[in-house]
Write a protein that binds this ligand. Structure first.
Ligand SMILES: NC(=O)c1ccc[n+]([C@@H]2O[C@H](COP(=O)([O-])OP(=O)(O)OC[C@H]3O[C@@H](n4cnc5c(N)ncnc54)[C@H](OP(=O)(O)O)[C@@H]3O)[C@@H](O)[C@H]2O)c1
Length: 252
């Protein structure tokens, strides 16, 4: 990946931040799209502004995404890694209109807007990495819109792989990761405390993702045991939901 140019979202926190560190260590040129550039100024002084470009962009804003086009004039982008995401762990009636719109806009719709905006600057065979979730594969009580947005994101990435055969599209379906995501999804931290033991390490997962980019994987499903269990669940999902309902109410 040395000398390649990647655009990364979510680089200020959690998994995206872990990915950013590895990319920089691998001498990749990275352009990060962030809401608050100050969060990465220290890293930029370490690696230099030619290796790490910081562009301010609120990914909830279609106008700010559209404005990016002019910033990439004359540049080639070898890959996009979309790690920005959010979710709320609460019941459907507790989701406000804004909660729902923010979830689908960031996790799904504005990925598509960003891709379309950056498309003219992509190399011949670019890599597109989408950070999805294992929650795409099961019914998520108390995280319905998060799960739904990730299920839709999965479908969009799968369709993109077919529509653009010259693209390497890598979908990362991950189980819980120990990141600040949980404090935002559920400020009571009930879920993250309960599942602390099974949470993935973001640095380790980031290594696996970079490896997946290099070896041209099309899917990474972690942890493996969770993915296998969800495959079994898919054989009779409504039956299992009816008879083991507690498994689907674990977000609160
Ligand atoms: N953590 C988990 O258990 C888990 C499990 C499955 C899937 N995932 C997925 O993994 C991905 C990374 O999550 P994470 O755990 O690393 O979460 P995180 O630590 O909360 O990081 C989220 C990142 O998204 C950025 N972001 C949020 N809203 C944005 C906006 N409007 N414009 C620009 N950037 C925005 C945040 O920027 P700021 O620094 O400005 O807030 C932050 O860098 C997400 O897609 C998430 O859905 C996470």
């Amino acid at each position: 990946m040395i000398g390649r140019h990647y655009v990364l979202t979510g680089g200020t926190s959690g998994l995206g931040q872990s990915i950013l560190h590895i990319l920089l260590q691998k001498q990749v040129y990275v352009t990060v799209l962030v809401r608050n550039p100050d969060k990465l100024k220290m890293l930029q002084s370490k690696y230099g502004s030619s290796q790490l470009t910081i562009l301010q962009c609120d990914l909830q804003s279609p106008a700010q995404i559209a404005n990016l086009s002019s910033q990439f004039k004359g540049e080639t982008i070898d890959g996009i890694i979309y790690s920005a995401g959010l979710g709320y762990f609460k019941s459907m009636d507790q989701h406000t209109n804004k909660d729902m719109l923010d979830t689908y806009t960031l996790n799904l719709i504005n990925f598509n807007l960003l891709l379309t905006t950056l498309q003219p600057h992509l190399s011949q065979m670019p890599t597109i990495v989408g950070i999805g979730s294992q929650s795409a594969f099961l019914t998520q009580a108390y995280a319905a819109h998060y799960g739904a947005s990730k299920a839709a994101f999965n479908q969009v990435l799968n369709a993109l792989r077919i529509e653009k055969p010259n693209y390497h599209v890598l979908t990362v379906n991950t189980g819980p990761i120990a990141t600040p995501f949980h404090a935002k999804a559920d400020p009571s931290l009930a879920y993250s405390q309960k599942y602390k033991k099974i949470m993935l390490n973001s640095d380790k997962l980031a290594e696996q993702i970079i490896n997946g980019i290099i070896t041209k994987k099309i899917e990474i499903n972690k942890p493996r045991w969770m993915h296998m269990m969800l495959k079994i669940y898919q054989l009779a999902p409504r039956f299992i939901e009816k008879h083991s309902t507690f498994l689907f109410k674990n977000k609160i």
